[in-house]
Design a binder for this molecule. Structure first.
Ligand code: 5AD
Ligand code: SF4
Length: 476
């Protein structure tokens, strides 16, 4: 295991491209011996950042000669790109590894790899070393770009490889990517997080904030537009602090405007915004740039100023509500969504009621609600007054009821209006397709697979809670 290794990007790209060629040759020999293409499956857990990383891993696997499959039971190489933000995510991976152990007993050639956030936790890796011999390859978030080299080694060395770095300054550009959707794509703008919210493990497993250079981001976006991508999602743990640490600082607002100037890109989304860093300049840029979608995900976490302080969020309930007011004044048709944690240590009934009343007051379009999960190594894990499980569950259910009621009321405000829908996929219901309006609300509408990737006008005539059934305004 390589501990504490750091690298800079110079030369890394060429080196990995060389390894891609070597892995390609090694795999060709194996493929010939089997008399059929070798198949690989990458399974993603967690957030949009992981989904984007998985596209990079698939790009490398495909360039090396693997056929990609969604069915891990049918694959010769299975790679789990893991998440560790809550304990449930970890437990899920252990469960699935148990299943793969059975599969490998029948197919000893199967290669099993693990990467992603969970692997940056030493306790997890110790457990896997000890108890999961099924795993052949482990790497982490900081050395994802060395996957070609690790792949070459696992194909040729036939022994377990564990390669984990404590951090990296590198941002390696231009490795291949296999996109999941032809018409939309994530674009990383920054990696890591410096906020250290007291419950959150992300800063420990993703490292310090690093922004990509604007010219690299914009050239990627131009390339995507050339490939037919119409919607991009700019990705970072805290996009509002994008560019502050660049040699020549560059604001996120400016990046949004420049991305919008790229021909062929019709929609721009971004995730995630931290309320403490959301500038007036950004609000202005959203308001003035029609291509920027009318949707802001603005995690509040709690409605109690006392808990927000304990969470190290750097804003109060009043600050947050004032920010919402300011955003709505500038962009009246914006849709707001949020993340909320229930059962943070020390949460009293009064704190929790503050959260309920904040949800009522803001009227979010939807909320992602989470039971607090204790993450070893974070400050909150050693706080006194951990909330008993039954109390947290009871509050969680009460919150869900409020979220449902207020969310349905908010989502129904578009009833009867005509909105552009970017069609994303066929619906399970035959004859229907599913897409999203700028406000990110899901719409089902009559259509065929030819409509996928198109932006079509739809009358939102039937609100069913958080989504709509619509009729097409382009066909009559
Ligand atoms: N427990 C529960 N939820 C958490 N989140 C982050 N860490 C934890 C934790 N320890 C939630 C936050 C964050 C979202 C991505 O996950 O709400 O915004
Ligand atoms: Fe975690 Fe807070 Fe960083 Fe989000 S901003 S990743 S919640 S530490």
């Amino acid at each position: 295991m390589t501990e504490g290794k750091r690298t800079n990007a110079s030369g890394a790209e060429e080196r990995q491209k060389e390894y891609m060629d070597r892995a390609h040759d090694a795999l060709a020999v194996i493929t010939r011996a089997h008399g059929r293409p070798m198949r690989a499956s990458v399974v993603t857990f967690g957030c949009q950042m992981n989904a984007r990383d998985s596209e990079k891993l698939r790009g490398i696997l495909s360039a090396v000669g693997y056929e990609l499959t969604d069915n891990e039971l049918d694959a010769d190489l299975v790679l789990y790109n893991t998440c560790t933000v809550r304990e449930n995510a970890d437990l899920h991976v252990y469960g699935r590894l148990g299943r793969l152990t059975g599969l490998k007993a029948r197919r000893p050639d199967l290669i099993v790899g693990l990467c992603g956030c969970m692997m940056q936790e030493p306790g997890v890796v110790a457990k896997i070393r000890r108890s999961y011999p099924v795993v052949d390859l482990i790497f982490g978030t900081h050395n994802l770009f060395t996957f070609p080299e690790l792949l070459y080694r696992i194909l040729t060395e036939k022994k377990r490889i564990i390669d984990l770095w404590e951090g990296t300054d590198a941002i390696v550009e231009n490795l291949p990517v296999k996109r999941t959707y032809p018409f939309k794509s994530g674009v990383n703008v920054m990696f890591g997080c410096n906020n250290f919210c007291s419950y959150c493990i992300v800063p420990y497993v993703r490292g310090r904030e690093r922004s990509r250079r604007p010219e690299d981001i914009l050239s990627e976006i131009r390339g995507l537009a050339g490939d037919g991508v119409r919607e991009i999602m700019l990705l970072g743990q805290n996009v509002n602090s994008y560019g502050k640490t660049l040699e020549r600082p560059f604001s996120f607002a400016r990046l949004l405007r420049e991305a919008a100037a790229v021909d062929g890109i019709d929609r721009i989304r971004f995730m995630t915004s931290h309320p403490k860093d959301l500038s007036d300049e950004l609000i202005e840029a959203i308001a003035e740039t029609p291509k920027v979608c009318r949707h802001l995900h603005l995690p509040v976490q709690s409605g109690s100023s006392r808990l927000l302080r304990a969470m190290n969020r750097h804003y109060t309930r009043e600050d947050y509500l004032a920010l919402v007011k300011k955003i709505r004044a500038a962009v009246p048709d914006i849709s707001l969504t949020t993340d909320i944690i229930v059962g943070f240590p020390g949460e009293t009934e009064e704190d929790f009621r503050d959260t309920l009343s904040l949800v009522e007051e803001v009227g979010y379009d939807s909320c992602f609600t989470f039971l607090y999960s204790k993450r070893t190594g974070t400050p909150a894990a050693s706080m006194e007054d951990q909330v008993p499980e039954d109390v947290a569950h009871e509050r969680f259910d009460r919150l869900l009821a409020v979220v449902k009621r207020t969310g349905e009321a908010a989502s129904s405000r578009f009833q009867g209006e005509t909105h552009d829908v970017l069609v994303e996929e066929l619906n399970k219901e035959p004859g229907y397709v599913t897409g999203r309006i700028s406000q990110n609300i899901v719409v089902h509408v009559p259509g065929t697979k030819e409509d996928i990737g198109r932006i079509i006008p739809v009358v939102l005539d039937d609100c069913r809670g958080f989504y709509y059934f619509g009729t097409r305004a382009d066909l009559h």
